[in-house]
Write a protein that binds this ligand. Structure first.
Ligand code: MD3
Ligand code: FE
Length: 203
């Protein structure tokens, strides 16, 4: 089921479910090479969301700022390659939403445990903001806050469930958004976690 959430934002309910097993297997291999870690913001706050990356460019934050970097600072090695199952999922979702030429070069993987949240922000560290971002939700459900072009714009609340994929393009690409503190729960495949994958064309 395809639902337009806003200008340029397309929800594909359950789109990631058909290839769930390959996805989870390939994600486990990525996380073995590049474990989840809690990054620090430029202001010195430890993020409650744990993160890692795959693909040729990974998103980072540290005391010096936000950036995309080809190297994992924890081990000095390149981020793990983007598994074919992940790339295929991102490209087929983007196509479905009207972006047949999407070629992501990075995938940020966020891990939430109960209480973890993501404050209202915009994604604007990517070079070409006309390229969409594809997000994939797995595990425990979350309440997503979807605002507008200005921080003060009223926010809609939207549930993101296991297997949901959203393509963020057009005007919605620059809208403020965040995740409310995760409620406690137990997911049959992911236990007490929620994972969110965001596929990006960073360069
Ligand atoms: C709307 N992640 O990684 S996914 C992020 O669930 C991020 O972990 C959230 O925001 C998460 O930057 C939300 C939905 C999402 C992702 C990227 C967007 C919505 C977006 C970029 C632009 C507009
Ligand atoms: Fe974001």
């Amino acid at each position: 089921r395809k639902v337009e959430l806003g200008p340029g934002a397309v929800m594909l309910h359950g789109f990631a479910l058909s290839d769930e097993e390959a996805l989870l297997t390939d994600l486990n291999a990525v996380v073995e090479q590049a474990p989840f870690r809690h990054m620090v913001t430029p202001g010195g706050h430890r993020m409650s969301v744990a993160m890692t990356n795959c693909g040729s460019l990974g998103w980072l934050t540290d005391r010096t700022g936000y950036r995309y970097d080809p190297i994992d600072p924890e081990n000095g090695q390149p981020w793990p390659a983007m598994p074919a199952s992940l790339l295929k999922l991102a490209q087929s979702a983007a196509s479905e939403a009207g972006f047949p030429a999407f070629t992501p070069d990075g995938c940020l993987i966020n891990r939430y445990e109960p209480g973890a949240k993501l404050s209202l922000h915009q994604d604007k560290d990517e070079k070409d903001l006309n390229q969409p971002i594809v997000s994939v939700s797995l595990g425990l459900p979350a309440i997503f806050l979807f605002g507008g072009a200005k921080r003060a714009d009223k926010q809609l609340q939207l549930h993101l469930n296991h297997g949901d994929v959203v393509v963020w393009g057009g005007p919605a690409r620059l809208f403020y958004h965040g995740i409310k503190p995760l409620a406690t729960g137990e997911h049959p495949r992911l236990g007490r976690y929620r994972l969110n994958l965001t596929f990006r064309k960073a360069s």
